[in-house]
Design a binder for this molecule. Sequence first.
Ligand code: MRU
Length: 359
Amino acid sequence: MALRTIEWMPAGAASLVPGRVRMIDQTRLPGELVYLETADVRELWAAIRELKVRGAPAIGIAVAMGVVLAVQAEDTADTAALQKAVDRAAEYLAGARPTAVNLFNALDRMKRTAVRLGNRPPAPFKEALAREAQRIRDEDAEMCRAIGRHGLTLLRDDCTVLTHCNAGGLATSEYGTALAPVYLAREQGWTIRVFADETRPLLQGARLTAWELMQAGIDVTLICDNMAASVMATGKISAVLVGADRIAANGDTANKIGTYSLAVLAAAHEIPFYVLAPTTTFDLAIPNGGHIPIEHRPAEEVTEGLGRRTAPHGVKVHSPAFDVTPAGLITAIVCERGIARPPYETSLAQLLRGKKPTP
Ligand code: MRU
């Protein structure tokens, strides 16, 4: 059964109950599957910052719905005031997390929609914005399915892949990006095994990837991040599959911290390294990964992220949440429109223009 990671719950009868965002609280996994419902844009902002909802596509969906929450709370008969509320909400939500470009793309889309709606009266204006946010969610589900279909062509029956962090259903609307071909392989009756990196400091691989793959009955083996090289050395890994938070015009890719080291290891072992992400993760306005803002997280996530103190008080901590994998280490980038190969300056632009990349 597909996960319903994040969805919009429309207003109840006579609007007595406001529209709400319903999402899985990912900080409670794998212990318990708990849904968080909120009609408050500030609570949603905090949920994004605290990684209750996380993963680039899911964050994009969350902020689109956050704009709807902010606008529905405005009690006004003046659509111009609602237009301003959209801009204010977009500016506020843009500060939740800096790296995943899906967040900024979704906010831009909501702002463009508001402009297009022009002077429509408040009630239909709010309803149209809610529909747009739901469309962003539904399109993400379709894009992930398509990524799965393209990604599957890079794999074969009876294979083992390695993944990092969580780029599965929990990171998107329901199906995942890097895990989409895994789910599809399974649906087609293939035998597929997954090694999941634990992914320090916040253990998205252990807590989330292992959980969702086990829920789906997929053969998953958990490893600590520093075990990846020795697993690759066994010769049993057919491919590394990872997601992305932002892909620059030259193919440089930001993803969860540790992805870069995995790409280096994959190259050393001659294992294909694939990035799977929807075009909403592309940022072709920046020439390379040097322009990607990297989020830094609180020191406590490193020193007491496991529920108890694991480092001396006062120790200096460096905790970037993401790193940038240079394009030269990426075998191919898979999106809903197809598969891009180097040189990515050309192939990514062609895919965005809707052309098949020249092989
Ligand atoms: O800090 P997180 O958990 O939001 O980081 C998530 C990742 O790095 C994912 O790999 C990425 O967002 C792709 S999700 C399809």
